[in-house]
Design a protein around this ligand. Structure first.
Ligand SMILES: [Zn+2]
Length: 112
């Protein structure tokens, strides 16, 4: 997989993991104090949420490691060679000019 793919998994893993972990924590807290409903199986749900959150966090962490490895393998983004290597000839007199020249060195006519 490419570095970008691992990055997406890392974001999802951390993001959803954090939400589930927090939701699980709140559910367990709710189970302890029972603010509104007196009977609710929130402890089990909370534990499931917490565990899922931790697992997703681990997945996020692994993806983060893989992302960094892949990024190292792929190297920095390739810089496109913008310098024109080809020689530029005047279409009036045929004189060779620099690629960025606006006017011909020989006849003075406008290039391009
Ligand atoms: Zn010329």
């Amino acid at each position: 997989m490419k570095a970008a793919d691992w990055r997406v998994i890392r974001e999802i893993g951390y993001g959803v993991g954090a939400i589930l972990f927090f939701a699980g924590f709140v559910a367990i807290l709710y189970e302890e104090y029972r603010f509104f409903v007196k009977v609710a199986p929130y402890r089990e749900l909370g534990i499931v949420g917490l565990l899922s959150g931790v697992i997703l966090f681990v997945i996020g962490y692994i993806s983060d490691q893989r992302f960094k490895e892949e990024e190292k393998l792929e190297g920095p983004p390739q810089v496109v060679e913008t310098t024109v290597k080809e020689k530029f000839f005047c279409r009036y007199c045929g004189k060779e000019n620099k690629p960025d020249a606006t006017f011909c060195e020989s006849c003075g006519k406008q290039l391009t």
